[in-house]
Each structure stands twice: as structure tokens, then as C-alpha cells.
Design a protein around this ligand. Structure first.
Ligand code: PMP
Length: 406
């Protein structure tokens, strides 16, 4: 990606044209949520202004048009994931709800003594739902170990997944360490013992081309808001064969085939899992965000971010008090670090005063931090609209924080 391409991308994000605390905004918090391009903002605004109607309901022009767009989004997401059918694309409120859906619904098939395998670097979103399920079903949760450099311990994949394992849920990309995990190795081990797999792709979708069939995962979850799309909308991909036999997750309108006072028959896929009025503009906004992304080559975007990460990492390594957390060989442009003798919250505040937005804290990964012996990190996460100037502002901010706090 050349400087002029980065500029062209930046210009599509109106948030980057504002000043924050009197300074040009430097947004390095894209792992929390990405900024939204103008086309997505305009699309949602147009839907609310002119096209508002409920979907799958009305016998009128606007309802039909909204339904068409809503279902066009499902087809675009199917293509994005390379799912084999739109029946495998369930709309949810996001990664968290997608994981909860699988834990509740597929989880009903688990029995006492079964084992659920996660990794030590999971986001709470992909940990708590399984702990709750395990408690309900008298199952055990086991964890694939993470090495000190932030990589997955491959020997631990072999020893943790056993004939007792029924489900393996893991992240394709860690939101704190940036680690890109060995998806195919984990999937192949899980398959060899007959366990199903769920890939938490919340961070992964913005990094790599996703192909659910090539990856061989049974379920995949992601949130649109981390992929230049709207909040409150996400996807669960599930293999049809599994979704067909799973019970509904929530009950209400749309998920039924017929309701009688005595009972109900359920709708076919994907609607069986979509109770109530859906997040219509979420789907339509996501369709637009996928169109936005399709203008670019995802591996070129990835390389751009990697290049900026390398600059940031090289600079941070010059500061003796800074310790990087997560230095996997294959990682997304997520730079977590601690500064010895400085609380991460103070660091975040000083950067914020200079218009630099990063995230500080536990990043919803408390067990991992405990293992690493720290209480939190400062995290700068880089996206397609960042440039070298952002990185130098960030580094200046870190140096200033050091001068002020040490
Ligand atoms: N998993 C990972 C790896 C994440 O980074 C996040 C979001 N921080 C989630 C799950 C949860 O996503 P959401 O809050 O959008 O449901």
C-alpha cells in the first residue's frame, strides 16, 4: 500500500478529520472497534431517512425493498466467508451472542464428563459462556497453553485435546497479544477426536481472507463493528448439518413455522435462530462495509499494518522501561506493552491528552494477564487508515509519558 493509497483510505473516514483535545486524532484503538467509512454512514442514514420498513413482513414496497437488501447482505456475507449456503449464515448481535448461541444450543448435546477446550488467550466472550455451560452440564473446561512469547504451545494442542473433548472454541487472532493462531492444526486435532470447532474470528476477519470450508471450522463468529461496519450486528456461521439438529436459541416472531395454543413448529434455517425483529440497518450497513472492503486487497492491507507495527515495535524497543507483551512470529498489528514503574491507566491518559487513542486495561483477558503476572497493558492497534505520522505521534506520546511519570 503506497502513501497515496493510505491517504485515499484515510479520506473515507470522517472521524479522522477531527481534532481531539486540540490535536489531530490519532486513532490506534481499532481492535476495540474500527472507525466507519463515509459510505457505511451514508448507507445507514439513507436507510433510516427513506427506506425504513420491517423485513420479512409487509406486503408493501418499502418492506419488500428492505427485505431484498437485508437478504443481499446475507448473500454477501456468505461469499465473504465462503460458506456453502445462506442457511449457514445466522445474523446475531455480534461475536458474543454468536458464541452464546452455540454454547446454549449446541451445548445442550454435551453430557457430564465431556470436555470443552479453549486456549489461555481467549477473550472473556469466548470463555465465560463455556464455563457457564460446563457448570450446568458438569463438564470440564481445559485450556491449550500459551508460551511466554504469546504463541500457542503446539505440544499443548496435542495433549489438551483428547477423546473426551467434544468442543474446541478458540480465537483466530488474540485481541491482546495479536497472535495469529495455528487454526488448521487445532481444527485437524479436534477433528481427529470427533470434536466440533468454533473459531472466534472477531479480530481475525480484519486480518486474513476467511474461508470456512478451507479452514474446516464448524462454527465461526464475528462482529461487524470490528470490520468497518455498524455496532450491534454480527454473524454466526455454522455447518448446516449441525445447525439443522440444534434447538432454537431464543423464541419469538420469525423463528416459527406455525404456532398453535398447544405448541410450535420452527422455521427453517437461518430463521430458526433469528427471533424477533432483526437489526435491519446492521445487516444493510454490513453489506456496505463489505463493499468498501472489496475495493482493496486484504493481504496488501495486512502488509501495510505489519509495516507500521514494525516501526512502532522497533521504536518501543529503544525505550528500556518498555516491555512488549506478545511477540508471536505471526501476529496482527496489535502492540501491547507495559512500562515498568508506570500504571497503564496513567500512560493512556497522557496519550489521550495528546489526541492519541489507545486502550489500556485487561482487554477482557484477565486469566491470561494473571498467567503473565501483570494486571493490564497499554495496547495500540493499527488499522488500514493509520500512517507513519500516527505511529510517530504515538511514540512521542509514550516518550512524553515516560518523562512525566518516571
Ligand atoms: N473475541 C475477541 C477476540 C474480541 O476481540 C472481541 C471484542 N473485543 C470479542 C470476542 C467480543 O466481541 P463483541 O464484543 O463484538 O461481541
Amino acid at each position: 500500500q503506497t502513501d497515496s493509497q493510505t491517504l485515499e483510505i484515510r479520506q473515507q473516514f470522517p472521524a479522522l478529520r477531527q481534532k481531539v483535545r486540540g490535536r489531530d486524532l490519532v486513532y490506534l484503538d481499532s481492535a476495540a472497534t474500527t472507525l466507519k467509512p463515509q459510505s457505511v454512514i451514508d448507507r445507514i442514514s439513507k436507510f433510516y431517512s427513506l427506506e425504513t420498513a420491517n423485513v420479512h413482513r409487509g406486503a408493501h414496497y418499502l418492506s419488500d425493498a428492505a427485505t431484498d437488501e437485508f437478504e443481499k447482505s446475507r448473500e454477501a456475507i456468505r461469499i465473504f466467508l465462503n460458506a456453502s449456503s445462506i442457511e449457514e449464515v445466522i445474523f446475531t448481535r455480534g461475536t458474543t451472542e454468536s458464541i452464546n448461541l452455540v454454547a446454549e444450543s449446541y451445548g445442550s448435546f454435551l453430557n457430564a464428563g465431556d470436555e470443552i477446550v479453549l486456549t489461555e488467550m481467549e477473550h472473556h466472550s469466548n470463555m465465560v459462556a463455556w464455563q457457564v455451560l460446563a457448570q450446568k452440564k458438569n463438564c470440564t473446561v481445559k485450556y491449550i497453553a500459551v508460551l511466554p512469547n504469546g504463541e500457542i504451545d503446539e505440544a499443548s494442542i496435542e495433549s489438551t485435546i483428547t477423546s473426551k473433548t467434544k468442543l474446541v472454541a478458540f480465537s483466530g487472532c488474540s485481541n491482546i497479544l495479536g497472535t495469529l493462531t495455528p487454526i488448521k492444526k487445532i481444527v485437524s486435532k479436534a477433528r481427529s477426536v470427533g470434536a466440533v470447532t468454533l473459531l472466534d474470528a472477531a479480530q481475525y476477519v480484519s486480518q486474513k481472507k476467511v474461508d470456512v470450508q478451507a479452514l474446516g471450522v464448524d462454527f465461526l463468529a464475528f462482529s461487524s463493528h470490528k470490520l468497518f461496519g455498524p455496532f450491534g450486528f454480527g454473524v454466526l456461521y455454522g455447518r448446516k448439518e449441525l445447525l439443522d439438529k440444534m434447538p432454537p436459541y431464543q423464541s419469538g416472531g420469525s423463528m416459527i413455522h406455525a404456532v398453535d395454543f398447544e405448541g410450535t413448529t420452527f422455521n427453517h434455517l437461518p430463521f430458526k435462530f433469528e427471533a424477533g425483529t432483526p437489526h435491519v440497518e446492521g445487516a444493510i450497513g454490513t453489506l456496505e462495509s463489505l463493499r468498501f472492503l472489496q475495493q482493496y486487497n486484504i493481504s496488501a492491507l495486512f502488509e501495510h499494518e505489519q509495516r507500521l507495527m514494525k516501526i512502532a515495535v522497533d521504536e518501543l524497543k529503544q525505550i528500556p522501561e518498555v516491555r512488549l507483551i506478545g511477540e508471536a512470529r505471526e501476529k496482527a498489528a496489535i502492540v501491547s506493552f507495559v512500562m515498568e514503574g508506570v500504571h497503564h491507566a496513567d500512560l493512556g491518559q497522557i496519550l489521550d491528552q495528546q489526541g492519541v487513542a489507545i486502550r489500556v486495561g485487561h482487554h477482557c483477558t484477565q486469566p491470561l494477564l494473571k498467567k503473565l503476572g501483570i494486571t493490564g497493558t497499554a495496547r495500540a492497534s493499527i488499522s488500514i487508515y493509520n500512517n507513519e505520522n500516527d505511529i510517530s505521534q504515538f511514540i512521542d506520546g509514550v516518550k512524553k509519558a515516560k518523562r512525566m511519570l518516571l
